[in-house]
Write a protein of this length. Structure first.
Length: 205
């Protein structure tokens, strides 16, 4: 482990905060902090205030659990979208990935994770009850399980299939253009778009 002799406690404290971010080591944190110190105060104040405002004011859509500036997100409010189709994804980044394909015009449901016993994440830790409540109103006709092609993603998909198979709803999954073991956010837009268009009925293995 390398140590840095800091000439300032304020500088050291700032570096300590940046190190808490994923993928940021101590040297990278120092470089970022020194970069900010070279900028004018207005820029740094705007940077800090934007993060504070983000954390304090961001909301989660009460329908789909996507991040939003309002109680109900723009996607759920958009009347031109297909409100009978819901794409079930693991996280907010996956919503962004699917939207970037410009191939899907339905709604979403963000689980907030996937079932992973090794990480202590079970069904009750995900927004599955909220998804079931949406199914109970009878408007949804198809659930597209757009989950990562990993063991955890497959486990989550199987759990959702078993839980909702008796509802009057088609349960499908994205085509295997997304390779086994891949996480959805790393799939290129063309591949992901085709995987959604060519989705197939979910078949439990």
């Amino acid at each position: 482990m390398s140590y840095i002799n800091f000439p300032s406690k304020l500088l050291e404290a700032a570096v300590d905060e940046f190190v808490k971010l994923p993928g940021i080591g101590r040297k990278t944190a120092l470089r970022l902090v020194l970069y900010l110190l070279r900028q004018d105060k207005e820029m740094v104040n705007n940077f800090g205030n934007t993060l504070i405002k983000l954390r304090n004011e961001i909301q989660y859509c009460k329908i789909c659990r996507n991040i939003s500036d309002t109680e109900i997100c723009e996607i759920c409010r958009e009347k031109s979208r297909d409100h009978s189709t819901v794409c079930v994804v693991e996280n907010i980044k996956d919503v962004m990935s699917v939207e970037n394909t410009h191939q899907y015009k339905g709604l979403y449901h963000v689980l907030g994770g996937i079932i992973s016993p090794m990480d202590g994440i079970g069904p009750n830790d995900l927004s599955i009850k909220e998804l079931e409540a949406r199914l109970q109103n009878g408007e949804i006709k198809e659930l597209i399980l757009a989950l990562s092609a990993t063991m955890e993603g497959d486990t989550t998909g199987f759990y959702l299939y078993r839980k909702f198979k008796d509802y009057n709803v088609v349960i499908s999954t994205i085509a295997k253009g997304v390779s086994i073991g891949d996480e959805l956010e790393y799939a290129d837009e063309l591949t992901l778009g085709r995987s959604i268009i060519n989705r197939t009925p979910f078949k439990p293995s």
